[in-house]
Design a protein around this ligand. Structure first.
Ligand SMILES: [Zn+2]
Length: 713
């Protein structure tokens, strides 16, 4: 059995898709997008939400030409105040300024820096927070060009069109510069604002029970800038400011979390208050996420406790201040009472507070409700999985399609009976699991729960189907003469096709269950016969379509091909490593072995470069894939050439040690029919993109109460 931390890698996503950068910004921010709970949501403009306008929008430009034009077009009253003069009793109507004149004037404003301050004001409350959006807002407001289409539409003169287009580019460049300058200035201020940030963190933790570092950084960004989202489209400096706020607050968040939720602190909470909150949360089917949710719960708890429910009341405010802590303590109690817990990773309030946002980002309802409604016992290839055992249990929508998998396994493995199948001893390990507190190491880096964490993944025999990634993965590929990272079973296309297959199967199985129910309730013989014949037809379809359905055939073929390739890479790798190991026994053997490995890596790099040249010349779609291959090979070379280097938390010594271990375990002992059976029922085998995990299968069908955007992550 491997150490838990080595198994943490059985994550939900192919490693290549997981990046540490910005993780917390998006979903770990805690207010998942599809809940409409991003920063711009229904939160009150409470302290900590800042966004006070520090600079008033610039006064409109007051050139005489504009005023006279306004006066002429809009009437005297519109501008009398501005002009501070009486209307000329016999006004001379000046001509409306031309587009050229207006653009020239606007350009003057921009050049003088008049829009720099307003640009930041527009930015902090803008919807997408892009330079283009801010420039557009300035165009309409501060620059009064609302009637000039920035795309040049409706402008007759070609020269004017060009003037408008050039000015738009000029404006955007200036806006980008101004926003970045302001953001960089704020980053500097973060460095000297330790105490202020500590106070802001305290206030943020009081607002809601979303206590992860990323969430807090997100809320700090709101306080420092505004409710504008931070994304890859943000102006330069925004992500850096967010990261600076996260760095500056992380220590304070962790220590406050530990303090407020220590054993002693939790014990000191008012038992009646904890109990009231528990009673309210236990049957609830929604998460408490926002400050407003937290205030609403305070109202209910106050009412239940017979205390003032008036939000202006001092006692209400005190209860509100304690509510985040009460929620985290109460939720921990409910989870511990409902879901069997692993002794290895006990759920305590402080760790719940650390990882809670991953659960919020993945499950549509609180995890105890998710468990009660979805996690069930099951039997798979003869192995019983029990929901009442810790780290065990299966999602009910997965359990519903497991019989199909067994049927496929029997057909493809050539077993006459289920007893024969069981005798083949291809049973899952203890890893078909639903977990309350899953591998903290992995969860610390992930946005969502893994497939295991939601009862949708299965592992077999970790000892002979080990997981490994990064440079180790690549060195095995080089020695084995094939690219583990480029196997078709790990492709995006395969994942999409598996989703199609699994979704179709799930629909048919659901329909079958409905017919079965109607059959059980039917009394009329003719109706019964009809229903039975429908069910028989469905059974025939489920049995036979795997042989003919085009998508099913494709996913099974990719799995078969991948299995063959892995076995071929495995045998060449074992052969090469045996030679290397033999060499080590000779005098100077270590050097010989090292140079043999080096030669193989150099040869792989050379071959990849030639493949790239050919692909570029042929304008092949494989160019990107080959570039990735070259990058991976270079990582291996870096580790081999520099014993002090480390990539993906692996150094030279660790890489070679792991490769040696793999030469003992092999890469996989999975029979081909197993891989095929899972594939044709919509299960993904093993990851492969930069990461081998041959023990692992993910169910790619939709399941209840997992957020649709977290379904396949
Ligand atoms: Zn796994």
């Amino acid at each position: 059995m491997r150490e838990a931390d080595q198994r943490v890698e059985h994550a939900a996503c192919p490693k290549g898709q997981v990046s540490d950068v910005g993780l917390d910004q998006i979903t770990a921010s805690g207010y998942p997008g599809r809940m409409d709970l991003i920063r711009r949501s229904r939160e009150p403009a409470a302290p900590g939400r800042g966004a006070q306008r520090s600079v008033q929008p610039a006064k409109p430009a007051t050139s005489a030409a504009r005023l006279l034009w306004l006066q002429a077009s809009a009437g005297n009253r519109a501008v009398a105040g501005l002009l501070g003069v009486q209307r000329d009793p016999d006004p001379v109507h000046p001509p409306e300024p031309t587009i050229a004149e207006r653009i020239t004037e606007a350009r003057g404003q921009v050049t003088k820096g008049e829009i720099d301050g307003p640009a930041f004001e527009q930015y902090r409350t803008s919807t997408a927070g892009t330079v283009a959006e801010v420039a557009g807002l300035l165009w309409q407001n501060e620059l009064y060009l609302v009637d000039v289409d920035p795309t040049g539409a409706g402008i007759d003169k070609k020269a004017d069109k060009k003037l408008v287009a050039d000015f738009k580019a000029f404006l955007q460049a200036r806006v980008a510069k101004a926003l970045t300058a302001k953001l960089r200035d704020l980053i500097k201020q973060v460095g000297t604002s330790g105490t202020k940030i500590g106070d802001q963190v305290e206030a943020i933790l009081r607002e809601s029970p979303m206590w992860a570092e990323g969430t807090v950084a997100d809320r700090l960004f709101v306080a420092w800038v505004g409710p504008v989202p931070v994304s890859g489209r943000s102006p330069d400096g925004a992500s850096d400011l967010w990261a600076a706020l996260r760095r500056a607050s992380a220590g304070s968040v962790a220590s406050k979390r530990a303090d407020h939720l220590s054993k002693t602190a939790v014990k000191a909470l008012d038992a009646a208050e904890v109990s009231a909150v528990k009673t309210l949360l236990d049957p609830s089917t929604t998460w408490v996420v926002t400050p407003e949710d937290t205030a609403d719960l305070t109202d209910k708890a106050a009412a239940a406790l017979g205390r003032p429910t008036n939000r202006a009341d001092g006692a209400w405010k005190e209860l509100r201040d304690r509510m985040s802590t009460l929620i985290l303590a109460a939720e921990s109690d409910i989870i511990n009472a409902t879901i069997p817990q692993s002794k290895k990773h006990p759920l305590v309030p402080a760790s719940w507070a650390t990882f809670r946002n991953r659960y919020v980002a993945t499950l549509t309802k609180p995890m105890w409700a998710f468990y009660r409604d979805n996690i069930v016992d099951a039997e798979i290839l003869g192995e019983k999985v029990k929901a009442s055992t810790d780290s065990s249990g299966v999602h009910k929508d997965v359990a519903a399609v497991l019989p199909l998998l067994e049927e496929s396994a029997m057909r493809l493995g050539g077993f006459a009976s289920k007893a024969d199948l069981i005798k083949a001893n291809q049973r899952p390990g203890s890893e078909f699991r639903f977990e309350a507190m899953s591998h903290p190491g992995w969860m610390g880096r992930a946005r969502h729960l893994s497939f295991h964490g939601t009862g949708r993944a299965m592992d077999f025999r970790a000892g002979t189907n080990p997981d490994f990634g990064g440079p180790t993965h690549q060195l095995v590929s080089i020695l084995g003469g094939g690219e583990l990272s480029e196997l078709s079973a790990g492709s995006t296309q395969q994942r999409q096709d598996l989703q199609t297959v699994a979704t179709h199967n799930a629909d048919v199985v659901r329909l079958r269950a409905e017919l079965q129910k109607r059959l059980a309730a039917a009394t009329d013989d003719q109706e019964k016969a009809q229903l039975q014949s429908d069910i028989d037809r469905i059974d025939a379809h489920l049995r036979d379509s795997v042989q003919t359905d085009a998508t099913t055939v494709k996913v099974r073929d990719r799995a078969t091909e991948t299995h063959q390739k892995v076995k071929s890479i495995e045998s060449k790798f074992l052969e090469a490593w045996a030679t290397i190991t033999l060499m080590r026994n000779f005098p100077l053997g270590e050097d010989l072995a090292a140079s043999l490995i080096g030669e193989k890596v150099d040869a792989a790099a050379e071959a990849a470069k030639q493949a790239l040249d050919a692909a570029v010349k042929a304008k092949s779609p494989d160019v990107g894939k080959i570039r990735d291959r070259i990058r991976r090979i270079e990582e291996v070379r870096t580790l081999l050439n520099n014993p002090a280097a480390s990539i993906n938390e692996t150094n030279q010594r660790q890489m070679l040690k792991k490769v040696d271990e793999l030469s003992n375990s092999g890469l996989t002992d999975m029979p081909s029919w197993m891989v095929q059976a899972f594939a044709e029922r919509g299960w993904q085998w093993g990851m492969w993109g930069g990461f081998a995990d041959a023990m692992h299968f993910d169910y790619m069908g939709p399941v209840a109460d997992v957020r649709s955007d977290a379904q396949y992550l």
